[in-house]
Each structure stands twice: as structure tokens, then as C-alpha cells.
Design a protein around this ligand. Structure first.
Ligand SMILES: *[C@@H]1O[C@H](CO)[C@@H](O)[C@H](O)[C@H]1NC(C)=O
Length: 470
């Protein structure tokens, strides 16, 4: 390959990234309704294509980090894994190092019995061990997230392995630290074939506070194929604005003002916004929408008012519009019932859960059309037309993964207070032809899709990457 050709190949993705501006704050933003998830940060263009959504998703990522999560660091300089197994129990030790420091921790994986599938075992990463029934044929990693970022109370900020590496004053909240830890576990699995995990079939779960954490990891880490937050409530499935409304209607629910004092799940910067929620250019429907088009199934419990049942349902309904716009509404499920303890599993929901495991981890073609609530909300009712004063576009293009992409690209963020320039929704590269061995398609690709003769565009790693091959 000539030096000129390789320069061209390197330059193209960079051009594409630069076209999507991702400011981390929008100082003049104000909206007391649920913000339009399809509206770019420039405030006047809406997403029209599936590729536009990829840009919009990175904008939401930057905003959530800027306002409430703190900065999620990129992959550190070194990440390695070592693995040992005794019977059906494996131990994956992850070592992550940067800036002359290094941390490591061991993760226990329980494996199914029998012969592994050709691609390796599907894996459920379970915060605190998880509290859902796991079907046969799926390995479970017991994720000790508290070890990565402590969550004892407001006084446990900046404590844990993440902060040993990045410093106790890192802006990342505990939930962001946990997300980082999940990504490093997946990094280590990628270079540790002895662990025998199928990297395209990774799910994540947790309940209550750990459900909030599991949702955040699923939102930010695109290598996760299926996200299963259980009874995550406020700070998870629920929207801040809706929880505030639910409280003002007379229900004792968890709100943003309460949550920032209770624990260290969010950044200290979030304290500045909990009394002016309208200034947030997102809400948690945007966080859930970051998971799209990958699988997401939330379970909520109306017996526990503190979880903000109306807010969870309304917020999930708002997030669902993004799955609809992407043409994959069945990839997003929600089930909300009562009659069981907090984080206890009601067997009546097992078929719903198994359908999502079947589709996203076990490679079966099944119906996952589950989106229901018992509507036991107390005084506050969900009013979609009041809270969602925006239309749902049909995004052109195809988005239908049943597994996760091989790598993750952290968003580039700009400093708070910087002004945003409109992201371009088209690219000058469109219409041009791609050279041999160049990229010509795949998720998020906005460059040329036609190859210069005699090469043709081949989906080498569908749906993530297509390449011009002779
Ligand atoms: C929705 O309502 C908010 C708050 O009143 C307003 O700022 C926004 O412009 C409205 N959006 C549309 C599309 O009408």
C-alpha cells in the first residue's frame, strides 16, 4: 500500500468523527418536558438516518458525562487478563495500568456444564452477583463493583480501585467507575481466549442501586449485547423530571435532590442541576436510548413507591421511541408488576426474561415484544402528550444488531462552556467511491459505500464493518 493510500484510509474515519460535535454542556438549554432525544445538540437539526443516530448517541454520551456521570476515561494504556479454572469456576484477573500506576482484581466466573459452543459461552456480567434466574448455557461473572468504586454513603466518594488509578478527585461517579471496570473486564476477555467467552454475547444485570449501574454500563459500553436493569428506579430507568412530578403529586419517590445526598452514584457536578432539572439537555430516556439498537429489558416493581413507578414507565416509553425510530422496537422490553419483594424474582416474568436471553445470548429467533405495566402509579398519571412534545421520526437505514460490535469508541468531549457547532448530517465523502481495502459500510459509517472498480463492498463483520475487497 502506498504511503498516500494509507494516509487517505487513516484520514477518513477522523473526518467522520470531526463532523459530529459533542459538547459536554449546553449552557443555554432549558426544557421542563422530556428533551427531544432526536434533536442534535445544536438545537435545530433532528436525526434523519440511522447514521445520524450514531452521532446523536455520542452527543448524549458526552452530555451525560458532562452533567451527571463525570468523565469516563478511555481504555488505559495497558489491560491484561489472566485466567485459571477449577471445576466449573473460573477466575479472570484483570490488570489495568496507566501513568505508571496499575490496579488488578479477580473476577469469579461460573461456567455451565457440558461442551462450550464453538464461539465460546455467552456471559452474564452480574453486579453484586445479580438476582435474576440465569438459563442453562450461560456463564455468569460475579462483578464486585463496590471494589471498583465504593458506594457506602456520601462519604465514600473517590474510594476504590478506579480511584487508585485515576486519583480520588476524578470526576467519575461510582457508577461511571463501575462502567469503566466492566469495559476492562471485556478488554481482558478479548485477549484471554482461555476464558472461553463469546464476546458477541455479553449481557449485564444488577438490581436496585446495582441496576442503576448496570443500565449505565449498558448505555456506555457498546460491546454489551443485552442490558437487564432490575428495579433500578430513580437514577436508572426513571426520569429525573418525571420523578419530581411524581413527588409533587404526593408520592414519596426518590428524586435527584435526594439521590445526590444519599450516595456517590453521580458526579458532584450533578448537585448543581438537581434543583433546576429543566437545564439538563437529556433525561434518563436519553440514557436508555444510548443502548439502542442493542437489547434492553427493564424490570420494575410497583409495590415499592420509592422506585418511582410512573416515572420508570414514562421514561421507558420515551426511550422506546428511539427503538421505534430505528425500526427495532422489539429490542427494547419493559415489564412492571407488583406482588414481590424488592429484587426478589417473580416467576411470572421468567418467560419475558428468557425471551431476551434467547434472542441476544442464545442465538434463537424468538418474539421479544414485551412492553407492559400494571399502571399502579398512585396519584401521578403518565401523560405522554404532555411530556413528549416531539414527533418520532423514521430513521432511514438499517439498525438491527443481535450482538455487540468488537470495539468501543469513547466519545470526544469538549470543555464545559464551549459553544456547539452543528453536526453535519451528511458527509462530503458520500457519493465518492472508496479505494480497495477501505471501509465501505457498517454501523455508524457515513463515508462512501461504493467501491472503486474492481473492488466490491463486502460485509466482513456484519453489521459493524464492510470493506472494499478485490
Ligand atoms: C416542547 O416544550 C418545551 C418546553 O415548553 C419547549 O422548549 C420546546 O420548544 C417544545 N418543543 C416542541 C417541539 O414544541
Amino acid at each position: 500500500m502506498s504511503p498516500l493510500t494509507s494516509l487517505f484510509l487513516l484520514a477518513l474515519p477522523a473526518l467522520t468523527l470531526a463532523a459530529c460535535d459533542t459538547p459536554s454542556t449546553l449552557p443555554s438549554f432549558t426544557n421542563d418536558n422530556l428533551p427531544d432525544p432526536f434533536l442534535f445538540s445544536n438545537g435545530n437539526t433532528r436525526t434523519a438516518t440511522v447514521d445520524d443516530w450514531t452521532c446523536r448517541r455520542s452527543q448524549i454520551s458526552a452530555l451525560i458525562q458532562g452533567y451527571e456521570a463525570g468523565t469516563l476515561p478511555e481504555k488505559p494504556a495497558t489491560v491484561t487478563g489472566s485466567f485459571s479454572k477449577s471445576g466449573n469456576t473460573g477466575t479472570l484477573t484483570v490488570t489495568a495500568g496507566d501513568n505508571g500506576k496499575s490496579v488488578n482484581w479477580a473476577n469469579s466466573i461460573s461456567y455451565p456444564t457440558g461442551t462450550a459452543p464453538a464461539g465460546g459461552w455467552p456471559l452474564l456480567i452480574a453486579y453484586g452477583g445479580g438476582s435474576i434466574p440465569v438459563p442453562a448455557g450461560i456463564a455468569t461473572l460475579n462483578y464486585n463493583n463496590d471494589n471498583i468504586g465504593q458506594q457506602n454513603s456520601g462519604s465514600s466518594r473517590g474510594v476504590g480501585l478506579f480511584y487508585n488509578l485515576y486519583g480520588s478527585s476524578a470526576t467519575a461517579s461510582a457508577m461511571t467507575a463501575w462502567t469503566w471496570g466492566v469495559s476492562r473486564i471485556i478488554d481482558a476477555l478479548e485477549t484471554t481466549p482461555a476464558a472461553g467467552i463469546d464476546l458477541s454475547k455479553i449481557a449485564i444485570t444488577g438490581c436496585s442501586r446495582n441496576g442503576k449501574g448496570a443500565l449505565m454500563a449498558g448505555a456506555f459500553e457498546t460491546r454489551i449485547a443485552l442490558t437487564i436493569p432490575q428495579e433500578s428506579g430513580s437514577g436508572g430507568d426513571a426520569c429525573w423530571r418525571l420523578s419530581k412530578f411524581e413527588e409533587s403529586s404526593g408520592s414519596k419517590v426518590q428524586t435527584a435532590t435526594e439521590i445526590v445526598g444519599e450516595n456517590v452514584w453521580f458526579s458532584t457536578n450533578f448537585n448543581n442541576y438537581v434543583n433546576t432539572l429543566g437545564k439538563l439537555p437529556f433525561d434518563h430516556h436519553s440514557l436508555m436510548a444510548m443502548v439502542a439498537p442493542r437489547g434492553l429489558i427493564s424490570f420494575e416493581n410497583t409495590d415499592f413507591v420509592w422506585l418511582s413507578p410512573m416515572s420508570s414507565w414514562g421514561c421507558a416509553s420515551a426511550a422506546h421511541t428511539v427503538y421505534k425510530a430505528l425500526g427495532v422496537p422489539q429490542n427494547h422490553g419493559f415489564a412492571q408488576i407488583g406482588g414481590h419483594n424488592h429484587c426478589a424474582w417473580p416467576t411470572s416474568l421468567t418467560p419475558t426474561l428468557n425471551a431476551f436471553f434467547d434472542k441476544f445470548l442464545l442465538g434463537k429467533s424468538v418474539n421479544t415484544d414485551y412492553f407492559t405495566t400494571n399502571s399502579v402509579f398512585g396519584p401521578a398519571k403518565w401523560d405522554a402528550t404532555r411530556w413528549m412534545n416531539w414527533s418520532v421520526p423514521t430513521l432511514s437505514g438499517t439498525a438491527s444488531p443481535t450482538s455487540a460490535p468488537p470495539t468501543t469508541t469513547p466519545p470526544t468531549t469538549t470543555a464545559p462552556g464551549s459553544t456547539s457547532t452543528p453536526p453535519s448530517t451528511t458527509t462530503t465523502a458520500n457519493g465518492a467511491t472508496q479505494t480497495q481495502y477501505g471501509q465501505c459500510g457498517g454501523t455508524g459509517w457515513t463515508g462512501p459505500t461504493v467501491c472503486a472498480s474492481p473492488a466490491t463492498c463486502v460485509a466482513v463483520s456484519p453489521p459493524w464493518y464492510s470493506q472494499c475487497l478485490p
